[in-house]
Write a protein that binds this ligand. Structure first.
Ligand SMILES: Cc1cc2nc3c(=O)[nH]c(=O)nc-3n(C[C@H](O)[C@H](O)[C@H](O)COP(=O)(O)OP(=O)(O)OC[C@H]3O[C@@H](n4cnc5c(N)ncnc54)[C@H](O)[C@@H]3O)c2cc1C
Length: 567
């Protein structure tokens, strides 16, 4: 194995939605600066929007809604735990992102007069902007990355952020094809590695059949933790309504504005709003476990033209295998509802609120380290939020890089990290990574899946801590398997963080996301705060309460509750 040494001003780790935008914006901020995107797959088709997207969930378009309305909506949906200044950025800057994407060739739905054709899915306000022709989104972004002369290194997986005197000075990783050890010195580092999608095991049992893009295994959460950064509200899990046995959403978001709705087995509507929130998931959970389950997306009452239009949108974008999946089961939207289930648990701020703590400038608590997208703590940020924070981090990261010099990585530390990464190759006949990962994620399901309880989570925690020993039995026969082994390390780190944070917050909040059987009520008096965690000087995981920053948009949380149950 060779060692590759690289140097750049701004290093972006993860070339998905946030990462490609971070690279472009850093370069726009200073065309003479050097920007490098590191991606463990290939940025042409990597990340959550690899196969495009059928709509923007959170478009704040002037004339339709305001950033203030959006901040209110997210604050209420998130039970009051939100850094409003950070959420405001998404509301304020999202429109400029949409316009810029459009200038690059991305198509958004317009009405006959040429106005953006927004749909109402949220409880209050219209924010959903359909993209029926959004299948080429990622390839359009890749083209812009090239046009802006951002350097790209595909097929390199980052494993750790380099830190010197408490400041981020680069990253290390390895080439997942030829196995080279890669050391990158950078003046600023932007983590954009997406959600932790492989925390729980899907009901299908398939390791990579997750709702989230399966290459996102919590790498950024773990790397930020080991770099000394704070993480926030890791107990607030991501849980989604899925098509049963299929790793994609039922898409009530898309079908709802056409007249479809989520119904129980008796055909009755039981939630009044399909905007994804913990409250909505709790109602789905209750209905599924009542005599009225299972639940489905009901469309068979719609006329032929409407159903055909829904099919055209849903089967061309985002999850193009969807039509084939239904056909394989002999299902037809004209006669069948789409049976829904609850997804595996994960960590994600985009759809939920668990992430690496960032302020409204995208800064983590480690100088020189930024985070954007699904792994950064701005709640319910979805795709436009990832673009907005990609932009913010790209611009601020480039600005920061002009004020510092390159750091020199510690040789001993590098040797130790190299030994850690390559250890599985010394055990080609060791336990296969698939088995080690399967067992770990079964433990996550058994002990962390909500509803949560103290005793179960304590057993889970002790298993996750002990799992370090099992990780050291894993074997790899080539660099690709080595990547999978390193992902299992990241998943274990995330499982421990999820267990500790869930045990720490002794109340229920965010509906199903942190529903504790032993503390079934919300307790604003003691728990109206963020729960943050970090690694202390002794290398221990410590948890602490952090106040919610003063609101900039007033919300009366005693009266404004995100209650979506139809009673
Ligand atoms: C199924 C699905 C449907 C969705 N539907 C919608 C929708 O309709 N509307 C909407 O607004 N939002 C939607 N979203 C949310 C939106 O897509 C995400 O919020 C957004 O794309 C997240 O961007 P990101 O950059 O954080 O992550 P991603 O775009 O997933 O990018 C992360 C990248 O990091 C790379 N990576 C990970 N680890 C490493 C490592 N160690 N080293 C190097 N590279 C690494 C990955 O390969 C990946 O390319 C959906 C998400 C999913 C999963």
């Amino acid at each position: 194995m060779n060692t590759q040494l690289m140097q750049t001003d701004v290093l972006v780790i993860g070339g998905g939605t946030a990462g490609t935008m971070a690279g472009i914006k850093a370069k726009q901020a200073n065309p003479n600066g050097d920007v490098l995107i590191l991606e463990k797959a290939n940025i042409r088709r990597s990340g959550a929007i690899a196969m495009g997207m059928d709509g923007v969930n959170t478009a704040v378009i002037p004339g339709h809604s305001t950033p203030e309305q959006y901040v209110r909506e997210v604050t209420i949906a998130n039970d009051g735990i939100a850094n409003q200044k950070a959420v405001y950025q998404t509301g304020k800057l999202g429109f400029a992102v949409i316009q810029e994407l459009e200038s690059w060739g991305v198509k958004f739905q317009k009405d006959a007069q040429g106005n953006y054709d927004l749909k109402q899915v949220h409880r209050v306000g219209k924010y959903v902007l359909p993209m029926p022709e959004g299948k080429d989104l990622k390839t359009i972004l890749t083209r812009q990355v090239k046009r802006h002369k951002v350097r790209v290194t595909n097929r390199v997986m980052a494993t750790r952020v380099l830190v010197q005197d408490g400041r981020a000075i680069g990253a290390v990783g390895f080439d997942v094809r030829n196995g080279d050890f890669v050391v990158i010195q950078a003046k600023a580092v932007i983590l954009c590695t997406g959600a932790c999608g492989r925390l729980g095991l899907p009901a299908s049992g398939y390791l990579y059949g997750t709702y989230e893009n399966p290459t996102n295994a919590g790498d950024g959460y773990a790397m930020a933790y080991h770099a000394g950064a704070e993480l926030s509200n890791i107990e607030c899990f991501q849980i989604n309504p899925l098509i049963k046995d299929y790793n994609g959403p039922a898409c009530a978001y898309v079908a709802g504005p056409f007249g479809a709705y989520t119904a129980n087995a008796e055909g009755h509507r039981f939630i009044s709003c399909d905007y994804w929130s913990g409250q909505m998931m709790l109602e789905i959970y209750k209905e599924l476990h009542s005599g009225k389950g299972p639940v489905h997306l009901k469309m068979n009452h719609l006329d032929e033209d409407t159903i055909s239009e829904i099919e055209t949108i849903l089967w061309a974008n985002e999850r193009p295998s969807r039509g084939r999946f239904h056909a394989g089961r002999g299902e037809n939207y004209r006669t069948h509802g789409v049976e829904m289930n609850i997804s595996e648990i994960g960590l994600c701020s985009g759809h939920s609120a668990s992430g690496v703590w960032v302020n409204e400038r995208g800064e983590t608590t480690v100088p020189g380290l930024y985070a954007a997208g699904d792994m950064a703590s701005v709640p319910h940020n979805y795709m436009i939020g990832a673009f907005v924070y990609g932009r913010i981090c790209g611009e601020n990261g480039m600005d920061y890089s002009a004020r510092v010099d390159h750091g020199d990585p510690d040789r001993e530390w590098l040797e130790a990290e190299k030994a850690r990464i390559y250890a599985p190759l010394d055990r080609p006949n060791g336990v296969p990574h698939t088995q080690v990962e399967y067992k770990l994620r079964r433990l996550v399901n058994d002990y962390l899946q909500p509803p949560k309880s103290q005793h179960r989570m304590e057993i889970g925690l002790s298993q996750f801590v002990r799992y370090e020993e099992t990780l050291s039995l894993m074997g790899a026969r080539d660099p690709h398997e080595l990547m999978r082994c390193m992902e299992v390390h990241f998943i274990r780190d995330c499982a421990e963080m999820a267990a500790r944070a869930s045990l720490y917050r002794k109340e229920s909040r965010w509906g199903l996301y942190h529903y504790r059987l032993d503390y079934p009520e919300k307790n604003n008096e003691e728990w109206f705060c963020n729960v943050n965690l970090k690694k202390d000087e002794a290398g221990e995981m410590v948890l602490f309460k952090c106040p919610v920053d003063p609101y900039i948009v007033s919300v009366d949380l005693d009266h404004e509750v995100y209650d979506v149950a139809v009673r």
